[in-house]
Design a protein around this ligand. Structure first.
Ligand SMILES: C[S@@+](CC[C@H](N)C(=O)[O-])C[C@H]1O[C@@H](n2cnc3c(N)ncnc32)[C@H](O)[C@@H]1O
Length: 209
């Protein structure tokens, strides 16, 4: 019988795929406004089942850094549907195999919550960006600790992490980004209410090297 550890990556791929329409409604307008100006080559960290691919212009060359192989088939299918040239790297964002200053644009959405070392991933993103290159991010972050939501996030942390393959509900990702040494950081904070879903507030923005 498969162990729960071997089932979790597949469960996560299935959940992400199922959540795509909800995420599109929740984040679509923000993503559309920013993604339309992306250059013809993009590196995406942790693209999952390909929720962002619908916002890239057809013909865009996407290097997808996705360590979960269960995501690769839906990712390939989404890229084919959208007319994108996709190259998948089965790697973690903490150790990218891309050269210094080789990417004009990096995208990462709902991923710094899931990585083992967010500061290391952001340092890697900064390393591969060209001078003036941009990193577009959308992340959920910790609610203030003394609020009801903050308490719920800490209470739910264990089962949530299990169900969503390592996702942390209460990370101070905004602080990680502020400390990362980008030349400019433009960050908008918003609260999203999805019934029963504790992953908010969110930060959305752009960092420039
Ligand atoms: C919550 S999903 C988000 C997927 C997609 N970006 C979205 O917005 O729907 C987190 C993704 O990050 C990936 N991931 C987890 N750890 C990672 C790491 N260390 N480096 C890169 N990606 C990672 C997971 O496999 C998963 O695809």
């Amino acid at each position: 019988m498969p162990s729960s550890d071997s089932m979790r990556p597949r469960l996560n791929a299935w959940l992400l795929h199922r959540a795509e329409a909800v995420m599109h409604r929740a984040y679509g307008p923000r993503k559309r406004a920013v993604f339309r100006d992306l250059p013809s080559r993009v590196v995406e960290i942790g693209p999952g089942a390909g929720a962002n691919l619908r916002y890239y212009r057809p013909g865009t060359r996407v290097t997808a850094v996705e360590p979960n192989p269960a995501m690769h088939a839906p990712l390939r299918a989404a890229a084919a549907r959208r007319g994108l040239a996709l190259e998948i790297r089965e790697l973690r964002g903490e150790a990218l195999d891309l050269p210094d200053e080789s990417a004009e644009a990096v995208v990462g959405t709902l991923v710094l919550c899931s990585v083992s070392d967010p500061a290391r991933v952001v340092a890697e993103i900064r390393r591969i960006l060209t001078p003036g290159g941009r990193y577009i991010f959308l992340e959920h972050v910790a609610a203030p600790p003394l609020t009801t939501l903050g308490r719920w996030q800490r209470l739910l942390h264990g089962p949530w992490q299990w169900l969503f393959d390592g996702c942390h509900l209460h990370r101070d990702t905004h602080v990680t980004l502020q400390r990362a040494g980008f030349a400019a950081l433009d960050m908008d904070c918003f609260v999203l209410f999805l019934p029963g879903m504790p992953f908010t507030p969110h930060i959305f923005g752009l960092a420039r090297k």
